[in-house]
Write a protein that binds this ligand. Structure first.
Ligand code: IPD
Ligand code: CA
Length: 275
């Protein structure tokens, strides 16, 4: 797949990829600098007690929006901290300036910048930068997935009994938490274990590079999953919503596996949660 006219398309794709990496690098440098001086009184609750934001999220988003707007003039934005500009444009960026904000606030080094580019509502480019580990995950539609320029792929794990699963719990939608806990319990008893990592984007990146075999979560937003879902697909995995359809970017439900475990994980979810 190419988003540009055939001639020069590879060069343009490469320019886009390296431009994106540079913009993400600039936002990351800001986050690293602010992390030194950041204090708990600079935390704001967006909703409830656990949906949090800081000036670091907001300012990093501004750096990303400004840089990416220059990289692809006329493109639109859907971004977590409110930058929704021209969001039905053919090219639109879906941005989470810090995925794993709660980890960031508490000094847990598991958070990242997540950026996807969509063309006519299809994700064509995704990047996730795990700042603490200096791990840059990227994928271009049809061109594979990479970690620091090395090609990555999902695991070959065939049995739930051999699988390590990742999940998360939405910070502000506790309506069906008991059903999710029932899923969690069943998976704890029937797999190598369940990890609650605290950044959906990192969950997906780590699935793409084979560190976990599957990931599921309800209540997520497009900026949490858009880049990571493309990474997983380009690394040979499968992504769906709980019903098994492809409405996972805006549908608030995601099931993502190495492919081999998809039906088995959907079966477990269907036992406890409505599709
Ligand atoms: C959160 C993380 C977390 C997930 C939450 C998300 P944020 O995003 O992705 O893993 O469980 O549902 O809200 O708020 O840190 O960008
Ligand atoms: Ca965020």
């Amino acid at each position: 797949m190419t988003i540009f006219a055939k001639k020069q398309s590879t060069m343009q794709e490469e320019a886009l990829q390296s431009g994106l990496r540079a913009v993400i690098g600039k936002a990351a440098a800001f986050i690293v600098k602010e992390r030194e001086s950041f204090t708990p009184d600079q935390v704001e609750a967006k909703e409830g007690v656990a949906n949090l934001v800081t000036y670091v999220d907001r300012e990093a988003e501004k750096i990303l929006v400004e840089g990416l707007g220059k990289l692809l003039p006329g493109s639109g934005f859907i971004a977590e901290e409110g930058d929704e500009v021209n969001s039905s444009a053919d090219y639109r960026w879906i941005i989470d300036p810090i995925d794993g904000t709660t980890n960031f606030i508490h000094g847990l080094p598991v958070f990242c910048i997540s950026v996807a580019l969509q063309y006519k509502e299809e994700s064509i480019l995704g990047a996730i930068y795990d700042i603490s580990r200096d791990e840059y995950f990227s994928a271009f539609k049809g061109k594979g997935a990479f970690l620091n320029d090395r090609r990555i792929q999902v695991t070959n794990c065939e049995r739930m009994a051999d699988a390590l699963i990742a999940t998360g719990f939405a910070s502000n939608r506790f309506g069906s938490v008991h059903d999710f806990l029932a899923v969690f319990l069943e998976l704890m008893e029937s797999t190598h274990g369940v990890r609650r990592i605290g950044s959906a984007a990192i969950d997906l990146a780590w699935l793409a590079c084979g560190r976990v075999d599957a990931f599921y979560e309800g209540g997520l937003s497009p900026w949490d999953v858009a880049a990571g879902a493309l990474l997983v697909e380009e690394a040979g995995g499968k992504v769906s919503d709980f019903a098994g359809t492809d409405n996972f970017v805006f549908g608030k439900q995601i099931v993502s596996t190495n492919g081999r475990l998809h039906a088995a994980l959907l079966d477990v979810l269907h036992r406890y949660l409505p599709a």
